[in-house]
Design a binder for this molecule. Sequence first.
Ligand SMILES: [Zn+2]
Ligand SMILES: [Zn+2]
Length: 342
Amino acid sequence: MQAHVIRAIFVLAAATCSSAWAQPVKITPLGSHTGELCMRDRATIFEDPTGLRILYDAGQSVTGADDPRLGKIDVVILSHAHGDHIGDLKMKALDGGTCDNPLVVSAAPNSTTTEIAAAKNAAVIMVVPLANFIGRKVESIRGKPTMACSQTGADIVGPLAAPCLATVQTGGTRTVKASATSKAVEITAVPAAHDSTVPIALLGEAERKYLEPDSVSLILGPPSGYVIRFTNGLTAYLTGDTGLHAEMQVVERDFYKANLMELNLGQSALTPEAAAYAVNTLVQPAAVILSHVNEAATAGGKVRPTTRSAAFITLVQGRPGYPALSGKTMEFDGAGKCVAGC
Ligand SMILES: [Zn+2]
Ligand SMILES: [Zn+2]
């Protein structure tokens, strides 16, 4: 091959490579109150440059499947069965109530996770017992069985014609493409130190009667976090609810080399000091997004100085910490740098 042809191919390859790297992943928190980070906020949408859209922990800060902010959802992931994540409650209306006490109504018996997976024909990617529980509820909404997702080679290829289950165990990976010609996004369930008991209101009557006398709960498998490797190279570690654990270093930093972290604060699991240690020492991402704060963390989109969220952000060093402001889309490049909206 002649030198100028080789050089042309090389230039073309470099251009293709750098443009894919330069396209950002769009991250949009769906909280209870527009522009704020509030008490019940958990839900986050991740949009890959290929158009693949992933909903993480639908929770209680959406109105359900009819929430206009959802749009197309290709994949639903869920860290554990607790009500504030699976969505045993939902917003009565967007911006209803106050930031520290949003106005919610019951989402039983289905949950927001189920409603959305059923309405959006999403691939349900989560640990087996949790996926089976959601799958059965999707079945009751649609009146037909929820099948395992079909694959083309190793990949699930969107858009899907029906909701489906793509189960994993802790450590398991699924790859999903927005279309047959897209690159795949890799989604892996990773360990969390927490539990995964399901709200009693989401169970059938027979089971409720059986469990209530002893005040015991059903556990739907282990809790998890996720690592998502997007097609621009961004590798996001979503902690789920968790205490500190050594896997943050050996799994998320050393092996996956996560360069962005979405961290769940939460009073019962992580102090601001412990959360900052996870970021600064264990995971060392390029940036961290703060969610699950269980307080009205912001007013007018600014972190309120007396909050635990403010204490955490002050303790984060050597990298930016961004509050997950509802409806505000942040764009991240492949290296974990926020390039717009932060
Ligand atoms: Zn929890
Ligand atoms: Zn929680």
